[in-house]
Design a protein around this ligand. Sequence first.
Ligand SMILES: [Zn+2]
Length: 102
Amino acid sequence: MSTNHYRECPRCRQRAARDKLLAQKKTQESYGKVPAEEYDRLLAESRKKIPLRDILREDYQLGVGTDGVFAVNYRCRCSECNFTYSYQHREVVPLHLGEEAP
Ligand SMILES: [Zn+2]
């Protein structure tokens, strides 16, 4: 089995959350120090929803081969921030030959 899939990137989400917190802090610190119009603009900016898209491409294969080996191959990459991750695992599956009924 082999497939690819797109989902939201965890690094982009954390970056967006961090940027939103920084914008909120900047807005709070500017209160009374900038003109009202500027404060309103900063406030509106800090309240914007985090726009995230499914840009993390995942490719993976998993299954038991005819050689009796279970294998997982996974990798992902974000086209926005270049976050990558990969994981591989292989193990021989106990087939218990000789234990089945004739
Ligand atoms: Zn990303």
